[in-house]
Design a protein around this ligand. Structure first.
Ligand code: ADP
Length: 300
């Protein structure tokens, strides 16, 4: 069973002709609500890939919290470790202009109120792996890493967003999963293609990290480990419509297959197909494919 400890948000997305300047009021064209947050997205991806998944994190006592509960429950995710906080549910206010460029304001709300005390109440018995991101309090992540180490449970960490990430957390991570920007930031190496990613990855492994995956958008992904294994997995060629949650889909799908006993290559290939499907459709969680859809895609 997979435990995801992380963020759950309501994304409020408005289309605008252009972004407003400070002090200006403009008309929005259409506003839509989407359930997101990296934690919730990764949980949904793992669940749709056939894994048994539980989510831990904070929701507000408001209608957004209720909407998120309903959707994640429909996705078969166990919410017994989700705690209700005296705060608003996490909200992302997103505007997208005609050229597709977005402005995002993230209000952590209940995600930021999920801290060490809440982690202390978590019972890790029965979990095979824990997925973490960087959208809840660092202190909470740190406490999860300590508890997981004591219980001998591997942690997959995706330190996104990377801003403000505490590098000392890396020593307790089993699988580190980075996109290009995050790998650049952590390694200090500029990455523009597989060869630089390989160089940056090897540098990161020297710090003692057991397993590392770097995802490179349409260029695919790279897996490296301490045993010297190197796997380059090219992306599938698809018409990319919306790349939101590509990385989250990849991570959830990979974790689901890997703990189910698939080989590294099989798990990477499956995750690559799942994320290719996710970018081929609009939306974040709504575009995360099921296991059947991924198998059908792989058979084409
Ligand atoms: P993030 O969403 O975290 O920035 P990436 O952009 O690296 O992550 O995407 C994660 C994975 O999704 C990639 O390794 C790749 O397999 C797949 N992917 C992303 N963009 C595309 C694309 N344009 N075409 C096909 N696959 C893609």
């Amino acid at each position: 069973k997979i435990l995801v400890v992380g963020s759950m948000n309501m994304d409020i997305v408005t289309q605008v002709e252009r972004h407003p300047v400070p002090g200006e009021t403009i008309q929005g064209n259409e506003t839509r609500f989407f359930i997101g947050g990296k934690g919730a997205n990764q949980a949904v991806a793992a669940s749709r890939s056939g894994a048994s998944v539980a989510m831990a994190g904070g929701l507000g006592l408001d209608s957004f919290g209720a909407d998120i509960r309903k959707q994640l429950t429909e996705d078969g995710i166990d919410l017994n470790c989700v705690i209700e906080k005296q705060a608003m549910t996490g909200i992302a206010l997103i505007t997208i202009d005609q050229s597709g460029e977005n402005n995002i304001i993230l209000s952590a709300g209940a995600n930021g109120k999920y801290g060490e005390d809440e982690v202390d109440t978590l019972d890790l018995t029965g979990f095979d792996v824990i997925l973490l991101q960087n959208e809840i309090a660092q202190a909470a992540n740190q406490r999860v890493l300590d508890k997981a180490a004591a219980a001998n449970i591997p942690v997959f960490l995706n330190p996104a967003p990377i801003a403000g990430f505490d590098h000392t957390q890396l020593s307790k991570v089993s699988f580190l999963i980075l996109n290009e920007v995050e790998a650049e930031e952590l390694s200090g190496t500029r990455i523009d293609g597989i060869s630089q990613a390989l160089k940056a990855g090897k540098q990161l492994l020297e710090a003692g990290l057991p397993h590392l995956i770097i995802t490179l958008g349409s260029k695919g992904s790279l897996y490296l480990d301490q045993a010297g294994t190197e796997i380059e997995m090219p992306a599938f060629t698809v018409d990319a419509v919306d790349t939101t949650a590509a990385g989250d889909t990849f991570i959830g799908a990979f974790a689901a297959k890997y703990i189910a006993g698939d080989t590294l290559e099989e798990s990477l290939r499956y995750a690559t197909a799942a994320s290719a499907l996710a970018v081929s459709a609009a939306g974040a969680q709504s575009s995360i494919p099921t296991e059947d859809q991924v198998h059908e895609f792989l058979q084409r």
